[in-house]
Design a protein around this ligand. Structure first.
Ligand SMILES: [Zn+2]
Ligand SMILES: [Zn+2]
Length: 394
């Protein structure tokens, strides 16, 4: 790869990432991270910096010629995980870890900001440091607070370092790339009693077991096998002792879908199943179904554009055009409003033992991936306005 990121800047980029990695903060608590982002932006010559956006987010506008604007986004939060890595830069905050790679995103967008300041741009670049991606819907809150207005944003781009791809590869996939995330809570109400006298009880644990199994048949029997769906019950709570039949049992889980039509259908299918099974056992239920991030959908033309840029940096054979996951991503709240592209920058390196998937306590990235992300983000900003001489219709 021919890099326009000098060795000095590559070193700064790595140190920035390591500094964020050592100081992870949970969703909506990214105060230190936001402070460092502001300080760095100021040192790069940025002056009008908005803080406190969506509580802890930071936004700045780099003015170019004309009045068109695109947005580049990085998420900033860590996860409630105790880091097990023993690196020099491992987490100093007990029980909190950058186990998804958002530390790399913040550092990469900062370095992009530094480089773009020296470019003659044909339009404005809104740089967005977003809080609370991990279950906090920071992306939604930023959209509601107007991040896509004043000036109006016509396209949005973001990246994720990606441990499913080796370093040097970039995933640029059109259409639905990440799943819609729904949250599910089912309270099953039976009738408690003595563990040896089941005939006068309704055992909520037995009902819960039947509900869990039946929910899986929604995936295998009620949805198209070519259409990806996941139903996971991640938590079950009920009962108090070996000889007591539990009055109430609660199931908590998540539903993931890639197709907006299936997404629309799932609450009804879940309710029908829960209702039917609980009725069969003489129990009752309470179902709370909550939508979180929608499906992340990449615009076809914007994806072609990013794909060409990625190919010019890592070579066509290293651009993967069908990388998808049923993980969720709240950048989808921005891509629901404006076209754009979210791409994956490979960060795995088997030789260095950097193979763990995101959210694992020993997750880490090959830092060689950092300049690749910067290079792509930078080129997006520099080339966008000539590649798309007119704003897209949406
Ligand atoms: Zn994550
Ligand atoms: Zn993430």
């Amino acid at each position: 790869m021919k890099s326009t990121v000098s060795l000095r800047d590559q070193k700064e980029l790595t140190l920035l990432r390591r500094d964020f990695h050592a100081h992870p903060e949970l969703k909506y608590e990214e105060k230190r991270t936001a402070r460092v982002v502001c300080e760095k932006l100021k040192s790069y010559g940025y002056s009008r910096i908005k803080t406190g956006v969506a509580k802890t987010g930071v936004v700045t506008l780099l003015k170019g010629k004309g009045n068109r604007t695109i947005l580049l986004r990085a998420d900033m939060d860590g996860l409630p995980i105790e880091e097990l890595n023993k690196t020099l830069y491992c987490s100093k905050n007990k029980g909190v870890m950058h186990a998804c790679g958002h530390d790399a995103h913040v550092a990469s967008l900062l370095m992009t900001a530094k480089h773009l300041k020296k470019e003659a741009l044909a339009g404005n670049i809104k740089l967005v440091f977003q809080p609370a991606e991990e279950g906090g819907e920071g992306g939604r809150v930023m959209v509601e607070e107007g991040v896509l207005r004043n000036p109006k944003v016509e396209a949005a781009f973001g990246l994720h370092v990606w441990s499913a791809l080796p370093v040097g590869k970039v995933g640029v996939t059109p259409g639905a790339i990440m799943a819609a995330v729904d949250k599910l809570e089912i309270k099953i109400k039976g009738k408690g009693g003595h563990g040896a006298v089941p005939q006068v009880t309704i055992d909520s644990i037995v009902v819960a077991a039947a509900v869990i199994n039946s929910l899986q048949s929604i995936v295998s029997r009620n949805t198209d096998p070519l259409d990806s769906v996941v139903v996971t019950i991640g938590k079950i709570t009920g009962g108090s002792s070996f000889n007591i039949i539990s009055e109430e049992t609660t199931l908590v889980g998540t539903v993931r879908t890639m197709n907006p039509k299936t997404w629309a259908k799932m609450p009804g299918l879940i309710e029908r199943t829960v209702k039917g099974v609980t009725q069969a056992y003489g129990a009752t239920y309470e179902l709370h179904y909550k939508r979180s991030a929608p499906v992340t959908i990449n615009d076809k033309k914007m994806t072609e554009f990013v794909g060409e840029i990625a190919a010019s940096i890592v070579g066509e054979k290293n651009v993967i055009r069908d990388e998808r996951t049923l993980g969720g991503e709240d950048f989808s709240f921005m891509l629901r409003e404006v076209p754009g592209c979210f791409f994956f920058v490979g960060s795995k390196n088997e030789k260095k033992g950097l193979v763990r998937y995101h959210h694992n306590p020993t997750f880490d990235i090959d830092e060689e991936c950092l300049p690749i992300g910067v290079e792509i983000m930078k080129k997006i900003a520099v080339k966008y306005f000539s590649y798309f001489p007119k704003p897209p219709h949406f």
